[in-house]
Design a protein around this ligand. Sequence first.
Ligand SMILES: [Fe+2]
Length: 294
Amino acid sequence: MQIIKEIPSQDWQAQYSESDQQAALEALENGQIILFPALTFALGLHENKFLTPAIADLTAKNISYNPDTQHVRCAHCSEHDYRELRHFLERFSASATTLITHLLSHYTPALETGRTSFRPVEISGRPSSYRKDDTRLHVDAFPATPNHGKRILRVFTNINPEGQPRVWRVGEPFQTVAEQFLPAIAPQPFGKATLLQALRLTKTIRSQYDHLMLQIHDRMKANLAYQRGAEQCEIHFAPGSTWIVLTDQVSHAAMSGQHVLEQTFYLPVAAMLNPQLSPLRTLEKMTGKRLARN
Ligand SMILES: [Fe+2]
């Protein structure tokens, strides 16, 4: 299977025919990345000043914007710049939302908007624990925010001003990843999910699905032989390009690059064109158990 499906559009507001939308939905749900090689997010002159790692808190790798609270986290700047930075992230969030609702209108009624993030720090060479090391192949799963099987749909755009690509490795299909790691994973111990929530280590109850996905995420990253030996390819996302990917399904590693914008959306499994292709239904088929209420 080809990993990339290209769409030549250069306009965030473009409309797409029914057949183009159908093809995009099928590509995404089958684990392809939709790439717009010439869909550029143009910065205003006053926004170029944000293209520096100094804009992020020392300990943070991302600046994030919460569309619900309109609050920007982990930024290090004056009050005036903070307002401009927030507007910059809101502008990107609105563009990404328009793109998704036009290209994937089947998802629109059920789509939830998550955080917007700006990643101004070079990824390569950044020290971190193996679990947080996104230069290792992984599928996305979050320890503190269980999602009960909801899909993680992300829009990325490379706004690097110096011609530097965002370099990813992309690994095996989700089913192949799960076949490799699932057999050794024990179910979540009885009572652990309640305890984690009571201790406020998770925002909601961690379902069996979330437990398995976190274990797969951690075991992929911990296994250096797997990192080297798994079937994979390298993709260079050029500056001025935009891509859409279901990151809970597509095994990925961000190897190098600086200055990327990203918008997260969440989608209930039932809203997919083919829910059977979701990680939730795949793991349920493999375990023979119901793993989350979704
Ligand atoms: Fe990731």
